[in-house]
Design a protein around this ligand. Structure first.
Ligand SMILES: Nc1ncnc2c1ncn2[C@@H]1O[C@H](COP(=O)(O)OP(=O)(O)OP(=O)(O)O)[C@@H](O)[C@H]1O
Ligand SMILES: [Mg+2]
Length: 333
C-alpha cells in the first residue's frame, strides 16, 4: 500500500466542490463511486475519503479489478479454502477480509465479470460471504469505494454491468472533471510537482511565465498524470524548454507515431550516439509504436491489450509509463 501520496490540491472551484463532498461523505459509511478519465486523480480521491473518515486508522485496501485475471478475482476478493481449486495449497484470506475495519477500494469496477458482480452485490447487502470452497460465513465491516473511467451507462445498455449493482455502488457519485476543464489548477499543480521533483532529483529548476502559460494551454489528454510526467521530464532534462517541446510532442504521439528525440534534435542532426544507443532507441521506438497501436485498437482497454501483447497487466502498465503513452480523451465518462 502506498501511503506516500500527494495531497489533493484545491486550485479550482470544481475541485473545491469535490473536496467539500469528500469532507461531507467521509464520515458516513456510504458507498462512493468515483468517475473520471484516466489520470484525473481517482485514486487520490479514494485515499482522501479514507484519510478523512473515522476509519483512517484502519486499512485502505485497493483491488484493481482489471489487473487480476478473471478466474482468480473471486479468490482475490473473498479468499479461498485449502483445496478449493487446483493450486490452492493453503487457505488464503481475501482482500475483503484484509479491509476489515477500513476501506476497500475497487478500482476499474467495470471490468468485474458478471458472475462476480452478482456475488459482490450480495456481499454488499450484509457484508457476509464465504471464501471460495468454504462453508462458513464470514462477516466483515468495511466501507466500499469503487472507481471507473468507463461509460458505465453504456455497459448497462450492453448488458455488461448489472443495473442493481450500479445503483448499489452509486450511493454517492463523484465525477472528477478532466484537467482541461479545470485549467486554473495547472499552475498550482505544476509548482507542486516542480518542488517535489527538484527535491527528489536535487535540482533547482524554475518555471518561466512563458512555460507556465504553455502548460496551462496544453490539452492534457492524460490529465494530471501527464502533467506530472511532463514536469518530471523538465526537471530531469538539462534544458527545460527543450523538454517542454518534447513533452508536447509526447502528448500528441500516442496517435502520430513517435520519435522522442525529434523536438530536441532538429532536422539535420549529426550522429552522436553509439550504435548500441541507436539500437536501444530503435527497439524502444518499435515497442512504443506497437503498444500505441494495440491500445488504440482496443480503446485503451489495458486488460485486453495485455492479453494481445502477451505480457502481464503489470508489465503493460510499466511499459505504458516507460513509453509515456497517455490515453486519449475520448474514452470518457
Ligand atoms: N489534485 C491532485 N493533486 C496532486 N496530485 C494529483 C492530483 N490529481 C492527480 N494527481 C497525481 O496524478 C497521478 C494520477 O492520479 P491517480 O492515480 O489518482 O489517477 P486515476 O484517476 O486513478 O487514474 P487511472 O484511471 O489511470 O487509475 C498521481 O500520481 C497523482 O498523485
Ligand atoms: Mg486509478
Amino acid at each position: 500500500m502506498n501511503t506516500d501520496h500527494a495531497p489533493l490540491l484545491d486550485g479550482s472551484p470544481k475541485m473545491r466542490v469535490i473536496l467539500a463532498i469528500i469532507e461531507n461523505v467521509a464520515d458516513t459509511d456510504a458507498t462512493v463511486l468515483i468517475r473520471g478519465e484516466s489520470g484525473v486523480g481517482k485514486d487520490l480521491v479514494a485515499r482522501a475519503i479514507h484519510a478523512q473518515s473515522a476509519r483512517k486508522a484502519g486499512p485502505f485496501v485497493k483491488v484493481n479489478c482489471a489487473a487480476i485475471p478473471s478466474g482468480l478475482l473471486e479468490s482475490e476478493l473473498f479468499g479461498h479454502e485449502k483445496g478449493a481449486f487446483t493450486g490452492a495449497h493453503r487457505r488464503k484470506p481475501g482482500q475483503f477480509e484484509y479491509a476489515h475495519g477500513g476501506t476497500l477500494y475497487l478500482d476499474e469496477i467495470a471490468e468485474l465479470p458478471l458472475t462476480l458482480q452478482a456475488k459482490l452485490l450480495h456481499v454488499l447487502q450484509d457484508f457476509r460471504f464465504t471464501r471460495v470452497g468454504g462453508q462458513g460465513e464470514l462477516a466483515v465491516e468495511a466501507r466500499v469505494i469503487a472507481a471507473t473511467n468507463r461509460d458505465l451507462e453504456q455497459s448497462l445498455t450492453r448488458g455488461e454491468f448489472r443495473e442493481d449493482l450500479y445503483y448499489r455502488l452509486n450511493v454517492v457519485e463523484l465525477r472528477i472533471p478532466p484537467l482541461r476543464e479545470r485549467r486554473e489548477e495547472i499552475p498550482q499543480l505544476a509548482h507542486w510537482f516542480l518542488a517535489r521533483f527538484n527535491a527528489q532529483y536535487g535540482r533547482q529548476k524554475q518555471l518561466t511565465p512563458e512555460t507556465l502559460a504553455r502548460l496551462t494551454e496544453h490539452p492534457w489528454s492524460g490529465n494530471v498524470r501527464e502533467l506530472e510526467n511532463a514536469v518530471r521530464r523538465m526537471v530531469v532534462l538539462t534544458d527545460g524548454e527543450q523538454a517542454f517541446e518534447a513533452l508536447v510532442a509526447h502528448g500528441r504521439n500516442g496517435r502520430n507515431g513517435h520519435n522522442g528525440h525529434a523536438a530536441a534534435a532538429g532536422p539535420a542532426r549529426p550522429v552522436t550516439e553509439s550504435l548500441r544507443e541507436i539500437a536501444r532507441r530503435g527497439a524502444r521506438d518499435a515497442e512504443r509504436k506497437a503498444l500505441a497501436e494495440v491500445l488504440e485498437r482496443v480503446r485503451w482497454n489495458r486488460a485486453e491489450a495485455s492479453r494481445i501483447l502477451k505480457v502481464s497487466y503489470k508489465t503493460l502498465l510499466n511499459k505504458i509509463t516507460e513509453c509515456e503513452l497517455t490515453a486519449p480523451a475520448r474514452r470518457l465518462v
